[in-house]
Design a protein around this ligand. Structure first.
Ligand code: PXP
Length: 241
């Protein structure tokens, strides 16, 4: 059975909007695990716009399932990963100006450099996943780095503007999954997956993990708002005129 890995970055985004203590992604991670998440994912960005170092450190101590760390392939991040030893590292491209991770990692042409990065993590017992677009050249390059997994970028599929474009992107993913598996890679999927578009994979085997953040946190806000407002209205209802 594939794992549901829940990305709690957006919880930290809300917290950082006020530089407050809550909502705490560490508490959200524990609740996600109780509800059935089989892994927790955080992206520690270079600019620390959402997840903070404190979050990753605490999560490493408290996550009961698996902690996966998304990060850029930098010396700083490698040092943090080697110290904290998450269950998996996912290497992603990172640009300061982007709203979220935009494209896949350009592995082709960087096999040697990324291979050294992957090897350093492997020596410490940490498997690496490379977040790539579903392209044969990127899969071949990922194999050359010695990475254990690829995470196929589902953003182009999820964000496709027309039904035709969506089918085209789905076909690329469905061709890439067995290609990566036959090359000996584990296959994860992520980016933009939601409660509707996930059904395209309902009969697809060979996927180890679905990495999902935005749609789950967005739904949590919408399903939780009634309870939150009812509670506050109930408090104020007891106040004098
Ligand atoms: N996988 C990777 C590599 C990501 O960067 C992200 C976004 O942080 C996700 C999966 C989750 O995407 P979404 O938040 O759209 O579900």
């Amino acid at each position: 059975m594939p794992l549901l890995a829940v990305n709690v970055d957006h919880v930290a985004t809300v917290r950082q909007a006020r530089l407050a203590a809550s909502p705490d992604p560490v508490a959200a991670a524990a609740m996600a695990e109780l509800a059935g998440a089989r892994a927790i994912i955080v992206h520690l960005r270079e600019d620390r716009r959402h997840i903070q170092d404190r979050d990753v450190r605490l999560l490493r101590q408290t996550v009961k399932t698996r902690l996966h760390l998304e990060m850029a392939a930098t010396d700083e991040m490698r040092g943090i990963a080697l110290e904290l030893r998450p269950h998996m590292v996912c290497l992603v491209p990172e640009k300061r100006q982007e709203l979220t991770t935009e494209g896949g990692l350009g592995v082709a042409g960087r096999e040697e450099e990324l291979g050294e990065f992957v090897a350093a993590l492997k020596t410490a017992g940490i498997p690496t996943s490379l977040f790539i677009d579903p392209e044969p050249a990127q899969i071949e390059a990922a194999v050359a780095t010695g990475a254990a997994y690829v995470e196929l970028h589902t953003g182009a599929y999820s964000d496709a503007a027309t039904a035709f474009a969506r089918q085209t992107e789905l076909k690329r993913l469905l061709a890439a999954i067995p290609m990566a598996r036959q090359a000996g890679l584990g296959v994860n999927l992520g980016h933009g997956l939601d409660y509707d578009n996930i059904y395209a994979f309902a009969h697809v085997s060979g996927i180890s993990e679905y990495s999902i953040g935005h749609s789950i946190i967005a739904r949590a806000i919408m399903t939780g708002i009634s309870e939150a407002v009812t509670t506050m209205a109930g408090i104020i209802a007891g106040f004098p005129d």
